[in-house]
Design a protein around this ligand. Sequence first.
Ligand SMILES: NC(=O)c1ccc[n+]([C@@H]2O[C@H](COP(=O)([O-])OP(=O)(O)OC[C@H]3O[C@@H](n4cnc5c(N)ncnc54)[C@H](OP(=O)(O)O)[C@@H]3O)[C@@H](O)[C@H]2O)c1
Length: 349
Amino acid sequence: MSADLRTVKLCLLGFGAVARGFCDLLERQQDALGRKHGLRVLITGAGTRRGSLLAPEGVTAGAALAAAPKGAPLPEPPRPPRDLLTASGADVLVELTVMEEDYAPAATGHIETAFDLGMDVVTANKGPIAWNWRRIAAKAAATGRRIRFESTVMDGLPVFSLLEFTLVDCRLLGFDAVFNSTTNFIIDAMAHGAPFDTALKHTQDEGFAEADPSHDIDGWDAACKAAALANVAMDAGITPADVEKQSLRDVPLERIRRAYAEGKRLRLVTSVWRDGGVDDDGTADMDGGADGAAELDIDHPLAPLGEESLGVVLHTDLMGDVVVAELGALVPQTAYGVYADLLHLCRTT
Ligand SMILES: NC(=O)c1ccc[n+]([C@@H]2O[C@H](COP(=O)([O-])OP(=O)(O)OC[C@H]3O[C@@H](n4cnc5c(N)ncnc54)[C@H](OP(=O)(O)O)[C@@H]3O)[C@@H](O)[C@H]2O)c1
């Protein structure tokens, strides 16, 4: 490869499914990154709670993957995130840890530390954007750093970048979204006769749901995504706690079957609307948000989004209603969102 490529150094925090998918994509795109974008992307650090990898001279994404075969921890002992970030000398933190029960202060801390060290950030972790967006945005502005997070709400589907770069000057008035594919799977399985517990077990066996699926089932995952989108695109200043939730456990089987019998589809739809006013603190006055089961006519744009599909109807002032959907929201799509965010940062530096 040409010697005049620009080297971009990454430190990965979290080395699970998405990080591995992202490394795999980087490896496959290595030639295109050089040829089309003049970039050589190297990993200088990676860390989890169980292990780490420090390579300040940089290794390829493929070499990082080879250092920790699937299921195995990274080869070196764990390092505190600040130490790893500092020693990695990275240009960009790729934050792919999980949202914790205590609302992601760890991930928010990782991001703030990276800003302090002069790094930009890409994350797929919705926790910091849902719970701490104002704090993060203020810190980014104060340090002159940038953060991108396309994969946080729709597994790579371009929603934030669509609003920022394509729907120029449009004001987002509200949105209706199918944010969670685990519940899609369960609803569709129940519609075909499976009881809730059987449908849930099937999603766990297939690897779609967590061992503890309550985050998906009880509406918290959708509420986090709604808060993240509303905070960034509507300056909502809300948290997932402000979004009214409905647990799929409380939706009777008969209701799902009746919807199908009537030619409709039952979906868990999360809606957020702007009231039009301004709150005392200067932020948009929100109608709050609600996540609830809805019988959708079959020609509603969100009705066909079952199983691993996700989508959102964006209600805008200048462009009317815009529908964006993804017919396979899986790890490769999430990894692509991280990749696209990284490329955006690199191409605009
Ligand atoms: N999977 C998807 O399709 C998808 C879609 C959209 C968004 N996301 C988001 O992407 C992020 C990564 O998801 P994933 O599926 O890759 O999760 P995962 O497979 O469970 O991997 C999470 C990784 O983070 C590490 N980790 C967790 N807490 C940590 C901490 N406090 N400090 C350092 N490392 C930590 C874990 O390793 P240790 O246990 O060793 O610490 C593991 O390597 C999550 O925030 C998730 O919500 C995922």
